[in-house]
Write a protein that binds this ligand. Sequence first.
Ligand code: CMC
Length: 390
Amino acid sequence: NGVFTYDPGFVSTAACESKITYIDGDKGVLLHRGYPIEQLAEESDFLEVCYLLLYGELPNAAEKEQFSSMVMKHTMVHEQMVEFLKGFRRDAHPMAIMCGLVGALSSFYHDSLDITNETHRQITAHRLISKMPTLAAMAYKHSVGQPFMYPRNDLSYGGNFLHMMFATPCEEYKVNPVLARAMDKIFTLHADHEQNASTSTVRLAGSSGANPFACIASGIAALWGPAHGGANEAVLKMLDEIGDESRIEEFVAKAKDKNDPFRLMGFGHRVYKNFDPRAKVMKKTCDEVLGELGINDPQLRIAKRLEQIALEDEYFIDRQLYPNVDFYSGIILKALGIPVEMFTVIFATGRTPGWIAHWHEMISGSYRIGRPRQLYTGPEKRDFVPLDQR
Ligand code: CMC
């Protein structure tokens, strides 16, 4: 009947019901299936959180063992994927490669196309969690011209990822448990965040009945943007540009200037109007990793000072702009030796259980195809003008 609620950016529209994640942005609270993210990040591990997101409860010891060994047993990808990867330019952004590789998985697993089958849906969810780190590391190895390293299923999820990134056939990568644990925490902190842009994209794509690999590929595409998953890459570029503590005030002034498009990257959030609870854990992890590696990173000093200045500034206070999850994650990833272009890929790897849990929740319940409406602001009806009369 032409009467719609106009809500650009979906600021006040709930598009679904979900039992997975709860956020209270005013209080800075994030719960997965009721458990606070700080507790999950510090006391649990990524695979346990994957299980929790998918199945609704923390696994008992036997369930945990079974789930973890099953995920770690399926980390390999079809050798044909290597041929597919070789078609990408060496200088392709790894997120472009990930969109292609993950979409291509649907051409290898025909059972995933039957989304009405609960067992197939679960197998697809496990496959995605198993294979994302492998694909991510393959995208990296391709960019640096090194041979791909096969996964090592005896390692932890985070440790295996670091192995696939940094080992070579000539040299084993000795996994440092502190760094592997930090990697695991980074994945955990990104595991889900209710109806963010990429998860909403996965749900919207899934609402048409599209296969789950295609849906996750669409989520990866949505995550790529600098306002979403690309922010940690943008934070490091910003810290690089600032270059010295003496220039922080200048950049804060730029961020406040409404005639300047520059924003403080890693600051602000659509939902959090308080500290992002993930940012606090990330800051602590950052100190742990840099301490372990004995790194004195000037960018960390700039970041901490920038945070302090912004948090005392009226502009940021009035708009309730606090550091978000991306503010410190880039500094940790850099310390781990991960190049900036891979940061969003790591976010995508961590977010995979969230995407697939939301897809699974939607498909398992009753749902309709997502079909937003619009307010039309174009010309009124008019008659076609032949080419020679225009
Ligand atoms: N620096 C300076 N000003 C800002 C910033 C910032 N980072 N973020 C928001 N503002 C201002 C904005 O200019 C506006 O001011 P005014 O009311 O005077 O016009 C006000 O704060 C509200 O901003 P908004 O753009 O309406 O807020 P939003 O909810 O649409 O955007 C955001 C949220 C995260 C896109 C935005 O805060 C931003 O661009 N932040 C920087 C990018 C970033 O760190 N993104 C990662 C988000 S967390 C990870 C994820 O979920 O992907």
